[in-house]
Design a protein around this ligand. Sequence first.
Ligand SMILES: CCCCCCCCC/C=C/C(=O)SCCNC(=O)CCNC(=O)[C@H](O)C(C)(C)COP(=O)(O)OP(=O)(O)OC[C@H]1O[C@@H](n2cnc3c(N)ncnc32)[C@H](O)[C@@H]1OP(=O)(O)O
Length: 329
Amino acid sequence: MDAYKSSVDFAEATAFLSHACYEQDKMALRATLKNKSILSGLLSRLSSCSSHGRVCVSPVLVAQRRNNSTSPKLKVDFNQSTGVAVMHMQNPPVNSLSLGFLTEFCIAVEKLEMDKSCRGLILTSSQPKVFSAGLDIMDMYGKKLEQYEEFWRAVQEMWLKLYSSNMVTIAAINGSSPAGGCLMSLSCDYRIMADNPRYSIGFNETQFGIVVPVWCKEAMTTIVGHRNTELTLELGLLYNPSDALKIGLVDQLVPEDQVLATATKTMTKWLAIPDHARRITKSMMRKPTIDKIMSIREADMQQYISFISKDSTQKMLGTYLEMLKKKRG
Ligand SMILES: CCCCCCCCC/C=C/C(=O)SCCNC(=O)CCNC(=O)[C@H](O)C(C)(C)COP(=O)(O)OP(=O)(O)OC[C@H]1O[C@@H](n2cnc3c(N)ncnc32)[C@H](O)[C@@H]1OP(=O)(O)O
């Protein structure tokens, strides 16, 4: 069955492709995510199912079982009357996108996605001065091949979930947002950043020897165009808020204390548009990029593992980590 082609529901399509599970398990997953108390039962059921000979456990849910952290890395405030959820990232010190964080994020987004009363999602940070420091470098350094794979699976999943969300998504960028933090913002429908010249946003990866995945390049090109993407990615550029606004990396700058209030006001405007028309239009705009990425998902995984596990890459990451730590001392 090719549910992907026949469905206009974007998030559903992505869930189908990324989880590759039987229809009844998807239904069960939805019901279950609405009722957390039976989640563990479903997890064990999912772990034993197979589809077309392939193991079909959501990688994110598997990771969740292994994630022993007890302190939540996200705080979600859902207002039933407005239909808007505010997701506060709280993974100190810098909201790095660790495996644990990514896992929690995917589950939280999936849960909101399945709640039809939730129409909008605002993403912001509870950490002072930082929106997100991007991928957790500790998860990319000195690990086993299977750990790199598990991590990258969660990174891909997170991007797909956010980029393909049916909800209106707004990034309330109240601090610096380099690399993966920038991509997270770019996956949203609208970006509002604090007008503080000390904050930066962009893609600095090449500066420490890392290459962004092709899907990052694709998504960025659709927003700021080929030339700006080329300059940013090749030179590893981070922009201050006003330069970021100039190239269209963010949509609006506001005083720091008004970021969340502006995001809330903007959300009201977006939610005044009938959902079905906006969703279908969003799908029309983003589906070509998603399709492209889905078709190379496994190749992207192999490329990541092979790149990240190279001695030369590891050496550069080690040096970068030391530099980050020395900055303090
Ligand atoms: C949608 C899907 C997306 C999908 C995303 C897919 C993207 C593909 C490619 C993306 C690649 C990446 O994101 S690679 C990650 C790139 N990120 C970066 O280069 C950011 C590096 N960090 C910084 O620039 C700064 O920390 C910054 C965020 C501005 C905050 O500055 P501050 O002065 O407030 O804080 P610091 O003193 O620097 O840092 C505090 C501590 O946090 C640690 N730390 C900082 N950044 C860290 C990091 N990324 N990973 C681990 N640890 C980090 C430091 O080592 C310190 O550790 P202690 O000294 O021990 O306390």
